[in-house]
Design a protein around this ligand. Structure first.
Ligand code: ADP
Ligand code: TMP
Ligand code: MG
Length: 217
C-alpha cells in the first residue's frame, strides 16, 4: 500500500505550554525569528486583553519583543490570518481565546498551515486551563516548559497570585476578582487576572498553595 502526501496534509500543530515565567513567549519568538530567516510568511497574533506592554508586540517578562497583531477574539483572528495569507501562524496567550480557538486552529492546520499555539495550561488555582490541554492532546509536537520555583528553585509547574495583588483585585465590597458581588473563576478570561511579576509567582508542587475557596455569604 502506498501513502499519498498532498499539500493539503502538510499542516502541523505545535504547542508550547507551561506556567507563567516558563519561557513560553521567548520560545515562540525564537521559532518566529527562525521562520522569518527561512523566508516563511508568518502571522504573529496576540490577545488584546494582554495590556501589560505594547499591544502591537509580544513581550516577554524581561522585555524582549517582536511585532504582533493584537485581536480581541477568535473571529477577528480568523479575519487577520485570512487577509495575511501566511504559511505559519504563531499565537501567544492562547488561553485568552478560550475553547472557540480549537476549531479555527483545526481548519488552519487542515488547510496546510503550520500553527504554533502558546499559552498557559494551568490556572492560578491549579486546574487545567482550556484550550491548551486540548491542543496538547492533538498536536504533532508539544513542548511543556517549567519555571523556577521562587521558594526553592526547583521546577515549577504552577503559579499563584501574590496576596497583595489578590487584595488589590478585590472590589469595594470585598468580593474577590474585581467584579462587585461576583467571584471570577480562575478559568474565566478576565482583565482582573492579567498581570506579571507584580501579581504572580512560580511555584513547584510542594510550595504551591491554591487559593482558598470563597466563603459562603
Ligand atoms: P512566559 O511567557 O512563559 O510567561 P517569558 O518568555 O515571557 O515567560 O519570560 C521568561 C523569562 O522570565 C525567563 O527567561 C526569566 O528571565 C524570567 N523569569 C522571571 N521569573 C522567573 C521564574 N520564576 N522562573 C523562570 N524564569 C523567570
Ligand atoms: P504569561 O504566560 O506570558 O506569563 O502570561 C499569562 C497571562 O495570563 C498574564 O496576563 C496573567 C494571566 N493569567 C490569567 O488570566 N489566569 C490565570 O489563571 C493565570 C495564572 C494568569
Ligand atoms: Mg508569555
Amino acid at each position: 500500500m502506498t501513502t499519498q502526501r498532498t499539500a493539503a496534509h502538510s499542516g502541523r500543530l505545535e504547542v508550547i505550554a507551561g506556567p507563567m515565567f516558563s519561557g513560553k513567549s521567548e520560545e515562540l519568538m525564537r521559532r518566529v525569528r527562525r521562520a522569518k530567516i527561512a523566508g516563511v510568511k508568518v502571522a504573529v497574533i496576540s490577545h488584546a486583553l494582554d495590556t501589560r506592554a505594547d499591544l502591537s508586540a509580544i513581550t516577554s517578562h524581561i522585555g524582549v519583543n517582536i511585532p504582533a497583531v493584537a485581536v480581541p477574539d477568535v473571529a477577528t483572528l480568523a479575519e487577520v490570518v485570512a487577509a495575511e495569507d501566511c504559511e505559519l501562524v504563531a499565537i501567544d496567550e492562547a488561553q485568552f481565546f478560550g475553547p472557540a480557538l480549537v476549531p479555527l486552529v483545526g481548519e488552519l492546520v487542515a488547510a496546510g498551515t503550520t500553527v504554533i499555539v502558546e499559552g498557559l495550561c494551568v490556572t492560578f488555582d491549579g486546574g487545567p486551563f482550556e484550550p491548551m490541554p486540548t491542543f496538547m492532546a492533538i498536536a504533532e509536537d508539544v513542548l511543556k516548559l517549567t519555571a523556577v520555583c521562587t521558594v526553592c528553585g526547583r521546577d515549577a509547574v504552577f503559579h499563584q497570585r501574590i496576596p497583595a495583588a489578590e487584595a488589590a483585585a478585590e472590589s469595594a465590597d470585598g468580593s474577590p476578582g474585581g467584579t462587585a458581588g461576583e467571584t471570577v473563576a480562575a478559568t474565566e478570561i478576565d482583565a482582573s487576572h492579567v498581570g506579571g511579576l507584580e501579581s504572580y509567582v512560580a511555584r513547584c508542587r510542594e510550595h504551591f498553595a491554591p487559593p482558598a475557596a470563597p466563603s459562603a455569604r
